[in-house]
Structure formats: structure tokens, C-alpha cells
Design a protein around this ligand. Structure first.
Ligand SMILES: *Cc1c(COP(=O)(O)O)cnc(C)c1O
Length: 352
């Protein structure tokens, strides 16, 4: 019950075990890849989705690398209320851009007034935003941010790795929207998915970034030309194919509802134990992950849950490692019965 990688359902593991067509040579692979891309476009609600062979972080790095021009010191605004938000700034520096972090505390929404005033006075090529800050279970409201960025002609890059497929993501308003296989899709880690707008492709094609693997550009015409820049991760692609089929069979609306319910149950069970959640306001609480505040006890509770109940939760990240216990109700694991069993076990550990 961690917030990624999530438990992989049997059907997805079975698909992973199937013989995979040769991704470079066999037309059957391209056909399946084309169908998977179309299904992912339904999930994103956009056209122009690419699938990169690599863990979710590859997508974040590739998105930033793809739009920056070396030596140009392009300015990128990094909106942040958490670790992943801050992390974008490191990638901007790595690829020769100039990051400007606009920060607010983890339990607070983005400061729209501060964002507006900096956009009025300064020029930015792009802005990076995290939808769900997985370390604190905070779901950021993207719409007002995206409207401001659009009004100031700033390219938007959104990390939706831990929300895509678990809750609605307004990807049609985002220039580069990133997801990954191992969170709400409940497929194995190993693939990044990205929806890229036409104006983002224009920017990407006009830059001379010295990166190939960490770059979106080589994937732009992969489907049209039936040529992959490198051997695709064929078995991972098949597993993702199955997991997206399961998602669409169930229906996005009902999947999102299942996440909302599981999250609400998790929060109410936590409240009954007197535990507070890091994202205190319900409108900031993510439907995919809940971060419980357990100062100084997270590691002990985590170990006991695993030993005594065979349930795995995650602790906090960074400085708050031992203060936060995170329950993932994400993808296949976003089910009331699984959350109830988890919170029963948390209650037993807390009581003894
Ligand atoms: C999981 C996750 C990623 C991918 O990074 P990991 O190395 O799998 O942790 C990126 N962004 C967010 C918000 C995530 O939750």
C-alpha cells in the first residue's frame, strides 16, 4: 500500500510474462504500440502522447532538457510546495537554464498572488508544476495556475506522475504533462508517458539540446515513421497495455470515484485514531496518497506493519522521514477493503 510502485494486478503480471514481439522489427509490436498510444490519449484527453523507456524521473528530466537551449540561460519558474517541485529546479540548472523557485509550504496551496506578480514583472520561457506532491499527499489545483501561465505565454510542464489515472488531470491545458507506469496505472516501473502540445513540440524542435535519451524529440515521429530511437522496453509496454485496458474497461469516472472513496475512508479512519494528515484541508488532500503525521514513529510503525501484518507503507522523504507515514491508495490499491484492512492494522500497531 505504498504510493508507488503499486501492487501489480495478476492480469498485468501475466501480460508481462507473455512473449513480446521484437519492438524494432515486427509490425505486430507497432500495432499494439499504436493502440496503447491511442488509449493513453484517452486517459490524458489529448493528442500527441509519447512513451519513453525509463522510470518516471526520465520524463521530468527529458521535459526540461528538451525545451532548454544550452548557453541561453532560459528562465524557468519552478512553482513548489514540496520535494518534487524543488527537484525540477535542479534539472533546469543541469541543462543550463536559470530556475526561479516560487515556494509555498507543503500544507498550503500555491500562492497565486505571488505567481501573478512575478509573471507580470519578469519573463519566463516555461514553468514547472507538480500536480500531486507524493511526499506530503498534497494535490495542487492546476487550473488557476495554468490560466495564469497561458495568459503570460509561458510553457507549462506538469509532473502528474502520482495523479494521472487516479484523478482528473487537465492535460489539454498543459504543454508537457508527465506520467509513469508504476503509480496509478499499477504496471511495473520502467515507462514514462508524456502528452506534448503542438507549441511544446515547436519549441522542442527548435532547440539544440545535447541530450538524446533524456529528450522527447526523438519520439516525436516514432509512430508515423514506425521507427523507435532505441529498442523499446517491449515487456513493460505489454504490461502497460493491459493496465490501461483495465483502466478504460472500468471507466475513468468510476476509477476516479474509487480513488476519492478510498482516500476519504483513509482520512476518516486516521482521524478516528487522532492522527492528523499533512494536507489538512480536504480540498488539498490527494485522492491517491495520504500522509499521516506520526512524529518520530514512522519507521517503527512501518517495520511493525510489515512484520506483524504483512502490509507495506512508505515513510516520509528527506527531513521528515520519521515523521510521516504514507498510505498509497493508488491504482489497483485504491479500494475500500484494502484501505480498511491497512487502517485496522495501523490501529493495532498504535494501540500496542
Ligand atoms: C513517483 C514520482 C515520480 C517518479 O519518481 P520516483 O523515482 O519513482 O520516485 C515523480 N514525481 C512524482 C510526484 C512522483 O510521485
Amino acid at each position: 500500500m505504498t504510493p508507488g510502485p503499486t501492487e501489480i494486478p495478476t492480469a498485468v503480471r501475466e501480460r508481462l510474462a507473455q512473449p513480446a514481439p521484437n519492438p524494432d522489427i515486427e509490425p505486430a509490436f507497432f500495432e499494439r504500440y499504436r493502440a496503447l498510444t491511442a488509449n493513453l490519449e484517452t486517459v490524458f484527453g489529448t493528442d500527441g502522447v509519447v512513451i519513453l523507456g525509463g522510470e518516471g524521473i526520465l520524463g521530468l528530466e527529458a521535459a526540461v532538457a528538451s525545451i532548454l537551449e544550452p548557453g541561453a540561460s532560459d528562465r524557468v519558474l519552478c512553482l513548489s510546495n514540496g520535494l518534487y517541485g524543488d527537484g525540477f529546479a535542479d534539472f533546469v540548472e543541469l541543462y543550463g537554464g536559470t530556475p526561479e523557485i516560487v515556494r509555498s509550504p507543503a500544507e498550503k496551496p500555491f500562492d497565486l498572488a505571488a505567481l501573478e506578480s512575478i509573471l507580470e514583472t519578469e519573463e519566463f520561457l516555461a514553468a514547472t508544476v507538480v500536480h500531486c506532491e507524493t511526499p506530503t499527499g498534497t494535490l495542487n489545483h492546476l487550473e488557476p495556475v495554468l490560466e495564469l501561465l497561458e495568459a503570460h505565454d509561458v510553457l507549462s510542464i506538469v509532473d502528474a506522475v502520482s495523479s494521472l489515472g487516479g484523478t482528473a488531470v487537465p492535460a489539454e491545458k498543459i504543454d508537457i504533462c508527465l506520467g509513469a507506469s508504476q503509480k496509478c496505472f499499477s504496471a511495473p516501473p520502467g515507462l514514462t508517458v508524456a502528452s506534448v502540445s503542438d507549441r511544446a513540440w515547436e519549441r522542442i524542435e527548435s532547440t539544440e539540446t545535447p541530450s538524446f535519451y533524456a529528450n522527447l524529440e526523438p519520439w516525436k515521429d516514432a509512430l508515423a515513421e514506425e521507427w523507435f530511437p532505441y529498442t523499446h522496453l517491449a515487456s513493460n509496454v505489454l504490461a502497460l497495455e493491459e493496465s490501461i485496458e483495465l483502466l478504460l474497461e472500468e471507466g475513468l469516472e468510476s476509477v476516479f470515484e474509487r480513488h476519492e472513496e478510498a482516500a476519504a475512508l483513509c482520512r476518516s479512519r486516521a482521524a478516528a485514531y487522532g492522527l492528523s494528515t499533512v494536507a489538512e484541508k480536504p480540498e488539498l488532500a490527494s485522492p491517491t496518497v495520504t500522509a499521516l503525521s506520526v512524529p518520530g514513529e514512522a519507521t517503527t510503525i512501518q517495520h511493525r506493519l510489515l512484520e506483524e501484518h504483512n502490509i507495506l507503507l512508505a515513510t516520509g522523504l528527506g527531513e521528515s522521514e520519521d515523521d510521516i507515514l504514507r498510505v498509497g491508495h493508488m491504482g489497483h490499491n485504491a479500494r475500500d477493503e484494502l484501505v480498511a484492512r491497512t487502517m485496522d492494522a495501523v490501529g493495532e500497531v498504535l494501540a500496542n
